[in-house]
Design a protein. Structure first.
Length: 115
């Protein structure tokens, strides 16, 4: 029985590592995001620009992230991963966030009234 449990644990660890590796491969550097695409970006919250918007930075650049009409559920300096739609509505590039994964693993899903 103990050997069986050990084998199940090894398979679970292997699967977790594989999923994490695949997820990391799908992350787009901020400098490479393109208007009209769905992206996943990871970085650090550089600053909160409004109650429903923040600036996310990675080693390649930074971008505005809109979560409205929700409040920004992260703190300056926190590492997060955001998935969403890239737009350049008012002359600047912005991601309309669908989900955000916080440092502690919490996944926040954003509701948008205009969908």
């Amino acid at each position: 029985m103990k050997l069986s449990n050990l084998m199940m644990f090894a398979c679970l660890v292997s699967a977790t590592i594989s999923v994490k590796a695949v997820a990391e491969q799908n992350v787009t550097p901020i400098s490479d995001i393109q208007r009209g695409s769905m992206v996943v970006v990871s970085g650090t919250v550089e600053r909160i620009t409004d109650e429903d918007e923040f600036r996310l930075a990675d080693s390649t650049g930074s971008v505005r992230v809109y979560v409205g009409p929700n409040w920004v559920p992260a703190s300056v300096g926190e590492a997060v991963t955001v998935s969403g739609f890239v737009d350049n509505g008012f002359g600047f590039t912005e991601i309309y966030a669908r989900t955000m994964t916080r440092e502690d693993g919490t996944i926040v899903t954003f509701e948008h009234r205009y969908d």
